[in-house]
Design a protein around this ligand. Structure first.
Ligand SMILES: CC(C)(COP(=O)(O)OP(=O)(O)OC[C@H]1O[C@@H](n2cnc3c(N)ncnc32)[C@H](O)[C@@H]1OP(=O)(O)O)[C@@H](O)C(=O)NCCC(=O)NCCS
Length: 96
């Protein structure tokens, strides 16, 4: 059984990693799994030598935004359409 997943890859900017596909099975939510996944991915990116981590979050996803804020991410001010009429916002944090 998989409680949750997260993926990491190259960010668009040199030295930055991207966090994507954060997902926790509804049966395991609100138990700290999201925090564990975020912490492990941040550690992976540090070992890879990255200096920043970025993540995009849709404007309607307040729970995910709180998860990222709790893990040190702040809004960069960058936004883009994720689908017609809905924006997603970029967040990032230093890995130093
Ligand atoms: C967003 C998502 C990944 C969060 O996963 P999660 O495992 O529930 O995350 P956490 O448990 O670390 O934190 C979620 C909440 O549970 C609370 N919590 C954490 N541990 C807890 C515990 N032991 N007991 C009670 N509540 C707890 C946190 O304080 C947090 O509360 P808040 O949302 O009111 O701030 C999950 O809801 C999800 O998969 N959503 C659908 C996919 C998605 O939106 N992904 C993000 C794309 S950008």
């Amino acid at each position: 059984m998989v409680a949750g997943t997260v993926s990491g890859g190259d960010g668009e900017v040199s030295g930055a990693a991207a966090m994507t596909a954060m997902w926790v099975d509804p049966r395991f939510r609100r138990q700290g799994v999201g925090d564990v996944l975020a912490e492990r991915l941040l550690e992976w990116a540090r070992v890879e030598g990255c200096q920043r981590m970025v993540v995009w979050v849709t404007e309607v996803n307040a729970g995910a935004r709180r998860l990222y804020e709790r893990n040190g991410f702040t809004s960069t001010g960058a936004s883009q359409d994720v689908r017609p009429g809905e924006l997603e916002h970029e967040m990032s944090r230093s890995l130093r």
